[in-house]
Design a protein around this ligand. Structure first.
Ligand SMILES: [Zn+2]
Ligand SMILES: [Zn+2]
Length: 433
């Protein structure tokens, strides 16, 4: 209720007209933020292992006067700055990097290797840009700490671990993020990517990205000699038919125009040419925007998988396991509309773009589900010239998670800080609760 009143109050009043962020004040904190970016980029850590990363963030925020708690939901960091009466507003960054070998050729490219959770040696890279998000958050934290006359309320900064494994947000909540600390009236986050040129931010009112569901399907057969298939029930053949039939869900069952993706990302079965195995395993990712389409697609997967096993004479029903899943992030439309004004005033009207929902998913949705209306922004990361060339038939720019992903740090980092300060000041500008 408080939240609703807060939003209503601010929509009715010109809360946004004062204390905009300026490029000049970002200039003052930029060298330190950039140095932190380079340091983080060169020392990435895998999901749930962000020990040094969290410690660096905590140390910087503590030195700026924030009350910092570490170890929230694993390696999570919560930093609070109280500044009189007013709402609590949360700004979130992720902490983790990916098992990717960097091939950008940058002088500060990561050379880090680590053991993954399966014990394998993997290269590690900030291939999703979370290093830039952290550097932006610390730059923003510094400006906010040094300009306390421009806002009031409680600023809550969080460093969330394990975003890439869709587990960190949930674990922070389970560890008391919104009970041990003040529950925010509003949440803000951003993500850098090549969908916009550096210097711009994108706002997507309503659904921001997809629901994501990961499934593991085990199809059972009866093993035996490869030369005597008549004495076996071949799970590879059943799996092959299942994979093809699953592809009819999007093409034949979902309403044309509705967003749905069914991908079988791996199939594992067998050990040797002349042995028919007794089971086959499929790994699926399913992406949708709408809840009813999600239910429809998941039900169709179960129906088709069961029916193909039945048709193949399988000795047991297949096992369908729902592993990681997350809901789509929902951008509060009123909040998106309200925050466009300070962003346009700070960055220039032409640099605030309305963006379409996009397929990658992420676990920020858990915070929204806890009743924290939010704005999750896109931050342009593409070199503006290369971006223009790619739009005119030139080379496609690498996506997040690519070994070649390399945001155009200056101005992307600069713009990220400026956008965050503009939004936070607007949200923290004089609405006592
Ligand atoms: Zn990612
Ligand atoms: Zn990411």
């Amino acid at each position: 209720m408080k939240t609703a009143l807060f939003l209503l109050f601010c929509l009715a009043l010109p809360c946004f007209s004062q204390n905009l962020s300026s490029s000049k004040e970002v200039d003052a904190v930029y060298p330190a933020a950039h140095a932190l970016y380079i340091d983080l980029h060169q020392s990435p850590e895998l999901s749930s292992h962000e020990i040094q990363t969290a410690s660096k963030l905590a140390t910087r925020l503590r030195s700026l006067g924030y009350e910092v708690t570490e170890g929230v939901g694993g390696t999570g960091v919560v930093a609070i700055l109280k500044n009189g009466a007013g709402p609590t507003v949360m700004l979130r960054t992720e902490l983790d990097a990916l098992p990717v070998e960097e091939k950008t050729g940058l002088p500060y490219a990561s050379k880090v290797h680590a053991k993954d959770d399966a014990g394998l040696d993997v290269s590690v890279m900030h291939a999703c840009g979370h290093d830039l998000h952290m550097a932006a958050l610390v730059g923003t934290a510094e400006i906010m700490a040094h300009s306390k006359t421009t806002w009031h309320g409680t600023l809550m900064l969080i460093g969330q671990p394990a975003e890439e494994t869709i587990s960190g947000a949930k674990r922070m909540i389970e560890d008391g993020l919104f009970t041990r600390f003040p529950k925010p009236a509003v949440g803000v986050a951003l993500h850098v990517g090549n969908i916009l040129p550096a210097g711009q931010v994108g706002i997507t009112p309503g659904i921001y990205n997809t629901n994501a569901d990961s499934l593991r399907i085990t199809i059972y057969g009866k093993g035996g000699h490869g030369a005597a298939p008549n004495s076996t029930i071949d799970p590879i053949v059943i799996a092959a038919r299942t994979i093809l039939a699953l592809q009819t869900i999007v093409s034949r069952e979902v309403t044309p125009g509705e967003m749905a993706v069914v991908t079988v990302g791996y199939i594992r079965a067998g050990t040797k040419n002349n042995i028919i195995p007794d089971h086959a395993e499929l790994g699926l990712t399913v992406r949708t925007y709408k809840a009813d389409v999600r239910r429809q697609v998941l039900a169709a997967i179960a129906r088709i998988t069961n029916a193909e096993s039945l048709a193949g004479g399988a000795p047991h029903e297949p096992l369908i396991e729902h592993l990681e899943s997350t809901d789509s992030v929902y951008n509060d439309p009123a909040l998106a509309q309200r925050l466009r004004a300070p962003l346009e005033a700070s960055l220039g009207k032409d640099n605030v773009i309305t963006t379409e929902p996009k397929p990658p998913s992420e676990d920020y949705a858990y915070f929204v589900e806890q009743g924290v209306p939010s704005l999750y922004m896109n931050l342009g990361g593409a070199d503006p010239q290369k971006f223009a060339e790619s739009k005119n038939g030139g080379a496609m720019l690498p996506s997040n998670h690519s070994p070649y992903f390399a945001p155009d740090v200056d101005p992307a980092l600069h713009t990220g800080i400026q956008a965050e300060v503009a939004v936070l000041r607007n949200l923290l500008n004089g609405v006592p609760q």
